[in-house]
Design a protein. Structure first.
Length: 384
């Protein structure tokens, strides 16, 4: 039997359904309706309310961060983190080309430009080795302690690696390099809630880390994001800037800087509080699904992407690695035509029209992955 036919049959059996199998749909099996109704009854449905505070506390406690600041979505969280991190118009921010567009949008909202560094094949995240090569060969630190690009002359203010599909990159080595060259580290942890690197939660290695709670994430608030940090001053400024930079006053409207209406509504947070109660169960189920996939694909000639060394992945989106683009495309066409949703990895950012002029190093690993990686259904299996 053709391997593609076998795979479709296996996935439909895994999910116990002949209906269309989506990539990652949300699961609501707890007190979501109860908490949302309670929020409505309280009339505090916007950005002030007890559920926002509770959700922030739950995320801080779960990740081990000192502070958590809730936002309307992950992109807003990234934008705010970069601004508070000191990224200004004309600066450069190092990131990876193999990422979701939100990473690049946030950089550009600041008026900055990305510089693309290659990824490692096993983590699909920013390569510490390639990052160090770039810093050593093409940057220098001036007397002001700031790092500058020898090619463009621009200041490199931040570095934004991503934990791709929930698999941690080598974030400790990246942090060490960024500290050496005076560049602030902001982790794009949007996909990695529940993922650990060397027994420490992703998002807590950098000065700030950002999570997403979009409808397709491990847990969802419908739309939402979160910034975590251990820095008291950064936390205070993040909360201020995301709440329209309003100065506390009994009745006057006083704003002391340009701010953003980025705070998460209480309604969304109510959903998030309920979802957090089942997060350990969701993660357990997702790892079981990944284990079944790994066994199934072991003798198929198709590679299954497993968690990197020293990591405990949430397996947000399970991924296959094909032998080439032709094989990849045949799989994509067959599965999507037969009721199983699959998707290729994102088109590399340096290929998009708006980023073609941006500086990039040799991206051979990212290009290798782009031609081969496919995501397969990864949502929590509903109880039968």
């Amino acid at each position: 039997m053709n391997q593609n036919i076998k795979t479709v049959g296996f996935i439909k059996n895994l999910y116990g359904s002949e209906r269309f199998i989506p990539l990652h749909e949300p699961v609501f099996m707890g007190k979501e309706k109860e908490y949302v109704a309670d929020c409505i009854d309280s009339t505090f449905v916007s950005s002030v309310g007890e559920y926002v505070t509770r959700f922030e506390s739950l995320i801080a406690e779960y990740t081990g961060a000192k502070h958590a600041i809730a936002t309307v979505n992950g992109t807003a969280a990234l934008h705010a983190a970069l601004l508070v991190g000191g990224v200004e118009a004309g600066d450069e921010v190092i990131t990876q080309s193999l990422t979701f567009i939100a990473t690049l949008n946030a950089i550009n909202y600041c008026g900055a430009q990305p510089v693309f560094i290659d990824v490692d094949r096993d983590t699909m995240g920013l390569s510490a080795e390639k990052l160090e090569d770039f810093f050593c060969q093409k940057t220098h630190v001036k007397a002001d302690g700031q790092c500058y690009n020898k090619v463009t002359g621009k200041r490199i203010r931040a570095c934004v690696p991503m934990h791709t599909f929930g698999h941690p990159c080598r974030i400790d080595a990246i942090r060490e390099i960024c500290n050496k060259f005076g560049v602030i580290l902001v982790e794009d942890s949007a996909e990695s809630l529940g993922s650990l690197y060397k027994e420490r939660h992703t998002g807590t290695y950098g000065a700030m880390g950002v999570f997403s709670f979009n409808g397709n994430k491990v847990i969802t608030t419908g739309g939402g994001g979160m910034i975590v940090t251990d820095d008291d001053a950064l936390a205070q400024r993040l909360k201020h800037i995301t709440t329209t930079a309003k100065v506390s006053h009994p009745y006057e409207y006083v704003h002391d800087m340009i701010g953003f209406n980025y705070r998460m509504p209480n309604l969304n947070a109510a959903l998030g509080v309920a979802q957090m109660e089942y997060l350990p169960l969701y993660l357990e189920k997702k790892r079981k699904i990944a284990a079944e996939y790994e066994i199934f694909f072991r003798s198929s000639g198709i590679g299954f992407v497993t968690e990197p060394d020293n990591s405990h992945s949430n397996y947000w989106l399970n991924a296959l690695a094909f032998n080439g683009q032709m094989e990849r495309d045949a799989f994509l066409e067959y599965t999507n035509a037969n009721g199983v949703m699959t998707r290729p990895v994102w088109k590399l950012m340096h290929r998009l029209e708006m980023f073609k002029q941006c500086q990039h190093e040799n991206l051979e690993n990212a290009e290798w992955l782009e031609a081969r990686i496919v995501n397969i259904p990864s949502g929590v299996v509903h109880e039968k």
